[in-house]
Design a protein around this ligand. Sequence first.
Ligand SMILES: NC(=O)c1ccc[n+]([C@@H]2O[C@H](COP(=O)([O-])OP(=O)(O)OC[C@H]3O[C@@H](n4cnc5c(N)ncnc54)[C@H](O)[C@@H]3O)[C@@H](O)[C@H]2O)c1
Length: 256
Amino acid sequence: MQLASARAVITGGVSGLGLAVAQHLVKHGGKVALFDVNDDKGAAAVAGLGEANARYFRTDVTDEAGVAANVAAAKGFLGGLNAAVNCAGILGAGRVLGRDGAMKLSQFQTTVMVNLVGSFNVAKACAEQMQGNEAGSDGERGVIVNTASVAAYEGQIGQAAYSASKGGVVGMTLPMARELARFGIRVMTVAPGVFWTPMVDGMPDDVQKSLAASIPFPSRLGQAPEFADLVAYILTNTYLNGETIRLDGATRLAPK
Ligand SMILES: NC(=O)c1ccc[n+]([C@@H]2O[C@H](COP(=O)([O-])OP(=O)(O)OC[C@H]3O[C@@H](n4cnc5c(N)ncnc54)[C@H](O)[C@@H]3O)[C@@H](O)[C@H]2O)c1
């Protein structure tokens, strides 16, 4: 697909990595629908991107009916739907056995619900719409890009829930790509290392510094436009399918 023809639903699209994808696509002539639960940031994002290019849809990615309705509405606003980028996510940090006892099951469940089930929920609703698209070159009808994390592979202490959720995202990538191949819909996942976004901004300074120092090269946090660049490349390279790409400066997370 050409970026100028991208008609994309972007979850978590009002902040951090998702917003960077929205900015990149709009800059190259695409249109975006931002699915998020942060109304203030939604309004600010649309103001920055322009009302003709972007619309905010208050959407909890874990809500099956809400996502289906908003995907249909987004398709109307966009004048089609050929890209879905899942960036909504939460950290859900916590030890299995913390100071106050064992982790509440609800904490584990919420993390998996947002990061994994939410990604699946949006992917299937978008694929349902994409299957009816007129086929482009190579018979392509759409592209789904998920966001996992390097924590899917080497989660740190305190990341049991987060890593489980992101491991699930990596795991569903190939079977979804295989299944949706007959519709010409590709499914890819990006596993970022540590990126400079509001999610990381909230971490203590010493934690951020030690994270940056642990990255072989370049020894700094990733920048959101670097993530957006890769997502854009995935959208345009039709031969990329069914794979998770690490984007991490050769980071391998330590146990803590
Ligand atoms: N920043 C990093 O270093 C990093 C590293 C690896 C993976 N990731 C992943 O990248 C994605 C984007 O993270 P970010 O750093 O841009 O974080 P961010 O906090 O800036 O953005 C996440 C967005 O998701 C939204 N969101 C949360 N729960 C939601 C829900 N139920 N429904 C809809 N929207 C919801 C938030 O409101 C927020 O706008 C996440 O999936 C995160 O796990 C980030």
